[in-house]
Each structure stands twice: as structure tokens, then as C-alpha cells.
Design a protein around this ligand. Structure first.
Ligand code: GMT
Length: 374
């Protein structure tokens, strides 16, 4: 198939999922055309089956807010015509599914069906805002196919948007070959030269991730045992986290790596992964850590319990309960095996439900159904 994929290229898990999906589909022989304002961060530009099409947004003094949605729709149509796309797959409803809807109308009577994948705040926060709700609901209803990344998100969409159409749950996935324990390239000894346990967090550092809680948890753990904390990512809460690191005099034990490529190499060096988010529709970073045999301490919110089983792959606590999270962290890291057994179980869970090898065919057969229907 020739598939156009649109996502946010630089920020957040929906872009990561879209890019990984494109690369997995390309590896299975499909032709992939990413359409966005910048190349997606994890995209392999050297894959001959993958092409990137930049959406140029023209600025003009009259435009306080350049109309990206329109430029995107135009580019979608252009790529449809030049590459004979079979379908478009947009990730994150706002505004991508609106652009796809316009592109489909412009392409008519030629056929350009589009699939919208809902990821999280497009439904739970942004989509339910009054200024976005009606148009998001409309573009979801108008999509030729709609998928949600967890059962939680499916239920929220039905509840918040009063949507009657069918929505397929196709969960996020991880490449189980790439993400594994042996992927560590010597980072553990670099960060923890005396074999101290390594706690890790990976996100876009937005308030919803509660990054300061990561530091609070680590401060309690560090008061009890030698340990290191590695933070991957960047975003608005970095300053607040850096402040807390200084406040607790943890500068020697906390590493801010910024945005990173090949995160599997770093995750494979961790002993424990922290995801204390206020809300997660899925928690992709936790899944990636699990595939690398890292036990998880996360919050019992949204779709996280569909990924992390409390007491099996790690532990779930209430948002903001840093004491309980730290108690579990100390409990795991004080075990004779330092949580290795739990980490191995976490990988088994990840493999059972979320391996790319199983999830990508679900997308392929969904595309086929959408094409047959349209
Ligand atoms: O909603 C967001 O935070 C943005 C979105 C993104 O683009 O990063 O994240 C959501 O999608 C991810 C990938 O499907 C999920 O793993 C995250 O749980 C989800 N975030 C939230 O629901 C807060």
C-alpha cells in the first residue's frame, strides 16, 4: 500500500508511534509518505521506502496564526496526486483529521480515505475544550476509520464526544527485537561507575508528566541508598526539575540528557522506570522500558493499568503520592536481585500484548477493511 502519515514530528508519544508505525510498515514492503512541518524525530531518512514531504506554512503580517491546517490539507492532496496514495493515516485528531477531511473532499471523485488515530489529550484535554470540541467530533465522525490506543481512550471518546461510530482499539507497540536488555552500550557504567541503581524517566517534560514528582521520589530514594537518576527528554518543566535538583543538592546524581536518539540503548541501562503522570492514555515510555526488562513505578491513571500490572510488572500509585512511589522504589531496589526478576516479567508482559510483530498486522488489516468499505 502507499500510505500517507501525518503526525506531530517533534514532540510527544503520538509522533513516536506514528513514526515507528511508518517504519514498521515500510519494513513490511509498504511505501510510506510522512507529511508534516518537519521530519519526525525517529524517522530513518535512509530507508528507500520512506519519504518526507514538508508542509510549508507561509507567514503574512495579517496572519497572527498561520493557517497550518490549510497548508497541510493542500500538501496531503499534492502527495496523494504525486504518489497515488491509497490512504491517509493521521495521528492526533487536532487538527490533522480536519486537514485530511478537506484533502479527501478536494480529491473527490477520486478516492482518498483517511484513518484517524486518537492518542490522548486530543480527546481528554484539547478536544473537549469548547473551541475544538465540535470540529474534532465532526472530523472523527467523518473519518473512514478511527482507532484509539487503549480501551480507556475509547471509553473517554464515547463519553466526552458522544460518538456513535465504531472505533477500533489498536494498542501502541514496541519493537521487541530492538528494545531489549542487551541493547545497553555501556551507559550504565558511565552513569553509575560504582554500580549504583539507575532510575530513569523519559517524557516531553510537560506538566501532565509531573516531572517534579520524579525528583521528589528520587530525593527520598537517594536519602536511603546510593542511586542515580537519568532524565531523557526536554520541555516546559525542565527548569522546575533543575531547581529541585539544586534544592536537594542532587546535582552529582541526576543527569539531564535532553532529547535522545536510540532511547532503547539508554532504557536498557535502567533498573527502574518512573512515570508519575497526572494522566496517560497509554504510557508508551513505560512499555518501551518494560521491553528492556525495566520494572515500572507509574500512576494508576487512564490506560496505564492496561500496560502495567500492579505487583507484576511494577507498582501503581495515585498521582502525587511521591512517598508511596519512593517506598516501592526502595522496596524493588533493595531486593537481592535489584528487581531483575520483575523486569524479566515486565518484558514477558510487553511481548505478550504489545510487540510490533503482532500490532502492525492489526493496522494492515484495518487499512484493508477501510479500503474495502470506502
Ligand atoms: O496527550 C499527550 O500527552 C500527547 C500525546 C503525544 O502526542 O505524545 O500523548 C499521548 O499519546 C501517547 C502515544 O500514543 C501515549 O503513550 C500517551 O499516554 C498519551 N498521553 C496522554 O494521554 C497524556
Amino acid at each position: 500500500m502507499r500510505i500517507g502519515i501525518t503526525c506531530y514530528p517533534t514532540y510527544g508519544g503520538s509522533g513516536v508511534v506514528a513514526t515507528e508505525l511508518g517504519m514498521e510498515l515500510a519494513a513490511r514492503g509498504h511505501e510510506i509518505h510522512f507529511i508534516s512541518y518537519a521530519p519526525p524525530i525517529r524517522m530513518n531518512p535512509n530507508d528507500p521506502r520512506i519519504r518526507f514531504h514538508e508542509v510549508e506554512v507561509v507567514s503574512y503580517p495579517l496572519f497572527d496564526h498561520p493557517p497550518y491546517t490549510l497548508a497541510l490539507a493542500t500538501k496531503m492532496l499534492e502527495v496523494f496526486e504525486s504518489a497515488s496514495l491509497d490512504l491517509l493515516h493521521v495521528h492526533y485528531a487536532i487538527p490533522h483529521s480536519v486537514s485530511a477531511m478537506l484533502a479527501r473532499s478536494m480529491a473527490a471523485p477520486r478516492r482518498l480515505p483517511f484513518v484517524t488515530t486518537l492518542h490522548g489529550t486530543d480527546i481528554t484535554l484539547v478536544g473537549s475544550n469548547r473551541s475544538y470540541l465540535p470540529i474534532t467530533r465532526f472530523s472523527i465522525a467523518q473519518s473512514d476509520g478511527v482507532t484509539a490506543i487503549s480501551r480507556y481512550l475509547l471509553n473517554q471518546t464515547i463519553k466526552e464526544f458522544d460518538i456513535k461510530r465504531p472505533i477500533e482499539v489498536i494498542p501502541n507497540f514496541v519493537n521487541c527485537e530492538l528494545y531489549n536488555r542487551t541493547a545497553d552500550k555501556g551507559f550504565a557504567s558511565q552513569w553509575a561507575p560504582y554500580g549504583e541503581p539507575i532510575l530513569m524517566h523519559l517524557s516531553n517534560f510537560r506538566p501532565v508528566k509531573r516531572l517534579p514528582d520524579v525528583i521528589e521520589v528520587f530525593a527520598i530514594v537517594r536519602a536511603k541508598m546510593p542511586a542515580k537518576l537519568v532524565l531523557i527528554g526536554d520541555g516546559p518543566d525542565r527548569g522546575a526539575a533543575e531547581y529541585l535538583v539544586r534544592k536537594y543538592s542532587l546535582q552529582k546524581d541526576v543527569f539531564f540528557l535532553g532529547k535522545q536518539d536510540n532511547v532503547y540503548e539508554k532504557l536498557a541501562a535502567a533498573d527502574l522506570f518512573l512515570l508519575p503522570s497526572q494522566l496517560e492514555s497509554f504510557g508508551l515510555a513505560a512499555l518501551e522500558a518494560m521491553a528492556c526488562e525495566v520494572p515500572i513505578i507509574a500512576t494508576n491513571v487512564g490506560g496505564v493499568p492496561e500496560v502495567v500490572e500492579h505487583g507484576v510488572d511494577g507498582f501503581l500509585v495515585e498521582p502525587g503520592d511521591v512517598k508511596e512511589a519512593a517506598r516501592y522504589a526502595i522496596e524493588i531496589l533493595s531486593r537481592a536481585d535489584r528487581g531483575r526478576e520483575m523486569g524479566k516479567i515486565a518484558r514477558i508482559s510487553a511481548k505478550k500484548k504489545f510487540c510490533a510483530n503482532d500490532v502492525i498486522p492489526a493496522y494492515e488489516s484495518y487499512y484493508k477493511r477501510v479500503l474495502d468499505k470506502s
